[in-house]
Structures are given as structure tokens and as C-alpha cells.
Design a protein around this ligand. Structure first.
Ligand code: NI
Ligand code: MN
Length: 247
């Protein structure tokens, strides 16, 4: 395995949710869909500490526990500006509302917002709040490791630019189909990005999400050096992509 995460710890909480311990010891969650997430192991549903939340868009299966967790831990929420406005309206104090192509430093992570092709409304009572556009993130950690979390998206040709500009070491890609791309488009995304280490996400959580890592593997078997790392909910990756057993 070629990627060395060093002290970085990446725990898959199921669906598109990742709990990350940075090399600097900060705790970050991308899309904290925890309490309502049928794929999330119980022991991960109540984080013990949290410094920051990176939120790709406003759909319930990503927004999840953002408001409650941000208030409980006084965590910083980094997201697109319109969704940030909604979070502020809910009483979240530390909101970093930025936009695509922009970067900011949060919890020691150099965070860049990328494009994603998807929608982003926030269910707010009986209505829907305009959540801006759905996004993805490039996270560059203190030890130089770069991870691309694509958010919810279909394949788009600018993934080639994301690959060329940011050269991520790892790409977390949705492959479940129905709400996002499935394995067919995912295989194309892998070719556009040129990233060799892929963590599939956003599959199997609900019956509609039928795409599988096996199908993605079959469709990319001609891609030299590609490694599709299937992480089970509760598993943590660290060091040389070593798996720490679920706690
Ligand atoms: Ni969505
Ligand atoms: Mn989703």
C-alpha cells in the first residue's frame, strides 16, 4: 500500500460520514449523520469530543446531528455560505461560510471546497430552506495527506481538474446510485480523478442504494495500481492504511 496516513485516523461511520482525528489531535466529522444513520455503529453515535464539522450539503443524511453537535462541543462548522446562514439561524455560533474554489484553515486542516453536481435544500419545518449548492471537500492535513470527499454527486468532467490541481492521495466517492452516481459513473470518476486509492461510500445504507464496491471493482479492473479500499462502518484507517478493529 502506497499511502501513509501517519498519525491521521479516519473512521467510517457509515453512509457518507467520516470521523477524523487529525495528526494534530483535533477531532473532525464530515457530514455528521449519526443518530439517524442505520449504518452507524451505536458507539460512534455520540462523539466524545469534536472540534469541527465539514458539511457538504443540507440533505438530512448529511446534515444529520450538525446543529446539536456544534452546540454541544462549540464546534466550528465549515460549509457553503447559504447553508452556513441556516446554521447560524439555528444558533450555531462558529460558522465558516465559504464557497467553491475557496480554502480555509479549520482545526489544522487546510480545507478547499470543490464542486459537486447535486442539490441542497434544508428541510426546515414544513418548508425547504435554500441551502446553496452541494459541494465536496479537499482536506489537506498537517502531515501533507490529502483526501477528497466528493459529497453527493454524479460524475462530472471537472473531476479531472480536481485531480490535476489537488492531487488527492485518497478519494471518497459515492457509489450507491439513486441519489448519487452508481458504480458506472463512479468508475468513470476514478479515471478522471487519476486517484489510485478509493474509499467507496453512500451505498447500502438504504434499500434504494444498490451500487456495490464489487461492481465498482469489476468496472475498474483495467486501471493500473488502483486500490478500492472497502471500509466497514466502525473501522478506522491509520498509518500504512492499517485497519484498527472497531472499538
Ligand atoms: Ni444529498
Ligand atoms: Mn446523500
Amino acid at each position: 500500500m502506497s499511502i501513509d496516513l501517519g498519525k491521521l485516523e479516519v473512521t467510517f461511520c457509515g453512509h457518507a460520514t467520516f470521523a477524523i482525528k487529525t495528526p494534530g489531535g483535533k477531532h473532525v466529522i464530515v457530514d455528521p449523520f449519526l443518530s439517524g444513520n442505520p449504518a452507524c455503529p451505536d458507539h460512534l453515535k455520540q462523539p466524545k469530543s469534536l472540534d469541527a464539522i465539514f458539511l457538504t450539503h443540507g440533505h438530512g443524511d448529511h446534515l444529520g446531528d450538525t446543529v446539536a453537535l456544534a452546540k454541544k462541543f462549540d464546534a466550528t462548522c465549515a460549509t457553503i455560505i447559504e447553508l452556513g446562514a441556516w446554521l447560524s439561524k439555528q444558533g450555531v455560533k462558529n460558522v465558516v461560510g465559504f464557497n467553491k474554489g475557496g480554502s480555509t484553515d479549520v482545526a489544522g486542516v487546510h480545507l478547499t471546497m470543490t464542486h459537486a453536481v447535486h442539490s441542497s435544500g434544508v428541510q426546515d419545518g414544513d418548508g425547504m430552506w435554500y441551502g446553496g449548492e452541494a459541494a465536496g471537500f479537499i482536506m489537506r492535513f498537517e502531515n501533507g495527506v490529502k483526501i477528497y470527499h466528493a459529497g453527493d454527486t454524479c460524475v462530472f468532467s471537472d473531476m479531472k481538474l480536481i485531480g490535476e490541481i489537488y492531487k488527492p492521495d485518497i478519494a471518497m466517492l459515492p457509489i450507491g446510485d439513486f441519489y448519487t452516481m452508481g458504480p458506472d459513473e463512479g468508475a468513470y470518476a476514478i479515471r478522471l480523478l487519476g486517484v489510485k486509492t478509493i474509499i467507496p461510500m453512500h451505498y447500502a445504507t438504504f434499500p434504494a442504494l444498490t451500487g456495490t464496491p464489487a461492481k465498482l471493482r469489476e468496472l475498474t479492473k483495467d486501471v493500473a495500481g488502483l486500490e478500492i479500499v472497502e471500509v466497514k462502518p466502525g473501522e478506522t484507517l491509520t498509518g500504512q492504511m492499517r485497519r484498527l478493529a472497531p472499538v
